[in-house]
Write a protein that binds this ligand. Structure first.
Ligand SMILES: [Zn+2]
Length: 233
């Protein structure tokens, strides 16, 4: 009976609030879905979560000491994933962050490489534009991860002290120099002796994650892993 009433209620709400796939605009029946089955299966999964020495781990090799790193998908221009990132970062669509976070959470859960992670840290806000938007997309992703991969979110351990301008045309060394001193520890107690997972949306050069991670690693006996939704190839 309950299911019957639930079905009626879902149908009514579907009529009142039509809901479409963010990829192909197909009608979706489940209000919690953002993508249809086809668009979902077309997302380019990396399978990095279960793979040691994967390309994202190699990105940080020799730069910062990390335990494990993963990203759920490959990021390419003009792709559905780029469209989802635009929704999350510039169209105020927080649901996209939760949705992608849940997918990432499932990947973390399926791999035993991340089982001893004790806290999730969203990468602090990236620039002034994001500050104006009013929410941190990495925090939305963390909330989605935490729904599946049940770990606490710690968002006051490290903060950004300097808001940098977008640096798309600079090389890795000058980016790194620009990133020095950009982050500061504000609550070491929250992460001391812990294995923390630093979370962001897309990894490109890794310079921002490297800088923030280096700051986190100044805390005594803290271990660092990294998880992102997408990895740029
Ligand atoms: Zn679709």
């Amino acid at each position: 009976m309950k299911t019957f009433l639930q079905n009626i209620s879902n149908s009514v709400s579907h009529l009142l609030f039509p809901h479409n796939c963010l990829g192909c605009a197909t009608d979706l029946l489940n209000q919690n879905d953002l993508l249809c089955a086809k668009c979902f299966t077309d997302l380019p999964e990396t399978n990095f979560a279960t793979a040691p020495n994967n390309p994202i781990e190699k990105t940080f090799l020799g730069r910062i000491k990390i335990e494990q790193a993963t990203s759920s998908f490959y990021f390419t221009k003009e792709s559905l994933l780029q469209h989802l990132m635009v929704q999350l970062k510039y169209k105020n669509n927080r649901e996209v962050g939760l949705y992608l976070g849940k997918l990432l959470g499932h990947h973390l859960l399926q791999s035993n490489r991340f089982s001893d992670v004790e806290a999730l840290i969203p990468l602090p806000l990236n620039d002034k534009k994001e500050y104006k938007r009013g929410y941190n997309q990495a925090e939305m992703i963390c909330k989605g991860i935490a729904e599946v991969f049940e770990k606490p979110i710690v968002n006051n351990a490290v903060i950004r002290t300097v808001f940098t301008e977008t640096q798309t045309h600079e090389n890795r060394i000058s980016r790194w120099q620009n990133m020095e001193g950009v982050f500061a520890l504000t609550n070491e107690k929250a992460i001391v002796n812990k294995h923390v997972l630093l979370v962001d949306d897309v990894v490109t050069t890794g310079a921002t994650l490297e800088s923030c991670g280096a700051e986190i690693l100044k805390t005594a006996n803290t271990k660092l892993s990294i998880a992102c939704v997408a990895f740029t190839i």
